[in-house]
Write a protein that binds this ligand. Structure first.
Ligand SMILES: [Mn+2]
Length: 358
């Protein structure tokens, strides 16, 4: 049985409270993180247990971590990468001992995800995050953070921390010789090193795709389509080496067949991010409401594919629109994601009941 969850960035970082999440029908778990840790550091057990207690005191559970970020030293295979991998293993050990069994991460260079607008106004007055290739080609990568920072509503965007963006030039320098083959080898090296601790504590690693699913500013991209995913799963053929199936990331490339990809990855999807996109042109899209009719994806077919492949991990409604005057982190307001959570559960209920009537 799929488990509907909600991303929560933690007290002090999120405008949405655990009390509010608890009142969304069907949501019993949160996907959270220690938002004030730096990639590369080992997470202390006390901090993990305090977070867990805070969540459980509100009658919710931690359904998984998004994310334990992989630091740049591991991604570029710097001389000290083994030390950072040891730290990652310590973090996984402490999470496993806290009875947490799903960890989302990504292996993207420099930018975790890229949008060119955080608050595009739609006809109905709602605002959404959006991407146009034309804007990317116009903005110097050194300045992309500056171009967005006035629209963050005062929140720190995951992967776009100001202190990280201050050294964006250095980051580009670090990755300049890391082509796709090297990046892939570095990912495999990392995964092989962490599989024993994942086996020991039954931790499902769920790599998040590159977003958008193509190269931005010439940076290497290795998790963008079915072929790359199958190659990665085969390179470390352990069930704990799995996928975050993010419809809004794979779906940025209209050549990706989402339903077919879900079937191809059967058994290795450990986490699902479900959102819809509306394309104005193939390289100009916005993050619409979750409903099929508001975007270009067939959400029924996507949910049905997950159902048919026996998906039983956590799922969360991904980015929503900003509606009803809410002020929140772009993509992460309460209202539209709550609508998404109930809609997706409605689809699931109908699919499940149909499957039983035979
Ligand atoms: Mn996602």
């Amino acid at each position: 049985m799929m488990e509907m969850t909600f991303r929560w960035f933690g007290s002090g970082f999120d405008s949405v409270s655990l009390e509010q999440i608890r009142q969304i029908p069907g949501v019993k778990g949160v996907i959270t993180t220690l938002y004030d840790t730096t990639p590369g550091e080992a997470w202390e057990k006390d901090k993990i247990l305090a977070l867990k207690k805070e969540v459980e005191d509100k009658d919710l559970k931690i359904a998984g971590i998004e994310s334990v970020n992989v630091c740049d030293a591991i991604k570029v295979a710097a001389a000290d990468r083994d030390m950072y991998i040891d730290n990652y293993i310590k973090t996984l050990t402490n999470l496993g001992e806290a009875d947490i069994h799903m960890v989302c991460y990504n292996f993207m260079p420099v930018f975790d995800w890229t949008r060119t607008e955080l608050a595009r106004v739609r006809k109905d007055g709602s605002t959404v995050m959006a991407y146009t290739q034309e804007a990317i080609d116009r903005i110097n990568p050194d300045n992309i953070f500056d171009s967005l920072k006035n629209d963050t509503n005062g929140f720190i965007l995951p992967g776009w921390e100001p202190e990280r963006m201050e050294k964006v030039k250095e980051l580009f320098e670090m990755y300049k010789d890391v082509d796709e083959n090297k990046l892939f080898d570095n990912l495999v090296y990392f995964l092989k090193a962490i599989m024993p601790v994942c086996d020991k504590y039954d931790i499902n690693m769920a790599i998040h795709p590159d977003d958008p699913a193509w190269s931005v500013y010439g940076l290497s991209r290795i998790i963008t389509n079915k072929e790359q995913l199958l190659k990665m799963l085969k390179a470390v053929d352990n069930p704990h080496n799995g996928i975050t199936f993010c419809t809004g990331s794979y779906g940025t490339n209209l050549n990706n067949d989402l339903v077919d990809t879900i079937h191809a990855l059967k058994g290795r999807i450990h986490f699902a991010h479900i959102r819809n996109l509306k394309f104005i042109t193939p390289d100009n899209f916005e993050e619409s409401a979750h409903l099929s009719s508001d975007g270009d994806f067939d959400m029924y077919a996507i949910m049905k594919a997950l159902y048919e492949t026996g998906f039983d991990g956590p799922m969360r409604p991904d980015h929503g629109r900003m509606i009803w005057g809410e002020e929140a982190m772009p993509g992460y307001g309460l209202y539209d994601r709550a609508l998404g959570a109930t809609y997706l559960q409605g689809l699931w209920e109908a699919i499940d009941k149909n499957a039983r009537v035979k």
